[in-house]
Design a protein around this ligand. Sequence first.
Ligand SMILES: [Cu+2]
Length: 491
Amino acid sequence: MKKYHLSDIAAFATKKVYSSMFLLALPLLAIAQSTTDVVEPPKEFSLANWNWEFISYCVLSLLLLLIVARAFDIGSLTEKITGKKVVNWNSTNRWVAIIFLVASVAGICYEMIYHGKYLMIGDSYSEHGETIDSMFNWTFGITFVVFAVTEGLLFYFMFKYRYRDGQKALYYFHNNKLELIWTVVPAIVLTFLVLRGFNTWSKITSEKPKDAQEIEVFAYQFGWKARYAGADNQYGQSHFTFISGKNPLGLAVQEHVDSLLSDLKKDTAILNLQIATADDSAKAWKAAFVNFNNGSNATAYPAVFKELKTKMEDAESGSYVRQLKKDLRRKNTTITRITTYRKDDKVFNNAGNDDKITTEIVLVKGKSYTFNFRARDVIHSAWFPDFRGQMNVVPGMATWFSFVPNKTTEEARSEKNNKDFEFYLYCNKICGGAHYNMKIKITVVGSEAEYNTWLATQVPFVAPPAASAPAEGDSNAKDSAVVKPIVVSIR
Ligand SMILES: [Cu+2]
């Protein structure tokens, strides 16, 4: 039996790699060829519509593959019979390696030139953003040089010191100087990079700038809302238990909280009544079912039959009462939380009445801003790519991020030569089904006056008593207009 050496296995594997390269490369070329045309809507199925060009490429590549495989077979047979090498694989492989290197570098250059604008993040539009970009460029520059040198050496050694018959490997055991150099140099470089990063990050996040205007940014599945403090420059308090349809941010506005509490108390009263009369209702459902089931109703009205049957079974098995009790527990918990929290009189200090909840963020160039984040449901992440900012938005946790926008939206548009460009704040944490669509527009204006004009168009959360009727179609205004103090009438 023939003994196999490691070199035989290596040669065999190399051949396999070559053949699979052909197998992959040719159809890929064919696909590339066939997809460069303009995409047309699908045509009706007919033989004439088939992409015969593409099919012939596939068939040709398969044929070519078979021919190459045969050639390899013939080669190895000849080697066996004559005992001489037909192909010098060590010599061939070094050229294949060089082709691989050149093709990879060319591919990267091509991608950077033609698709680079989609890969890279673009210019920064905040003051600290310039430091971040400079850090990025330093890191990229240093790692690029190291990468180029080490990869270059790798390929050079592979090419120069390929295996030759009769050649002996150099046994090189240890070199202290070399060890020292390649330990100390990376250590110094990494220390420089890490310290600069640490320093920059501390500057950005250690303390809220004192002169900054604060804006609350509220995240929910799936969108953002911003809250600007009103003329008093003070936010009203908020609490998650105050959140309702009319009060999406849970602001501590007495009318809203009273209204929510009154709704909850009504609901619990109804639930208590339903639980107390559950036995009677089970009897009633049964009677209704028996009554309905008389004659041909079951077959004539299958939907009604099914519903009545389910109601009766739920009532009899007790699952109806269990559900009612669960709802009651949930609502009672909310009531307890609200009443506990609102006991503090300072909660309703009316500071929030003039707060403005907006669906866009407007900033003034050169001014400092702090964004205070809140989340309603799950963890989100506020990402301001153009301003080089990102912060987790966590339910029950106060997080913030500050920056100074240093160019207006208009300036960014003319720099990018794109009149439709807008800044956005995105969610950067996969938070559910519509996460991809979770963004809010940020407009940077050039002057305080422009900002004030915009802010004046935004309606306060609670309409001031003397104000005239709110504008039609403004949901904020409508909500605040309907809210009136509600007397809690139950118990
Ligand atoms: Cu999200």
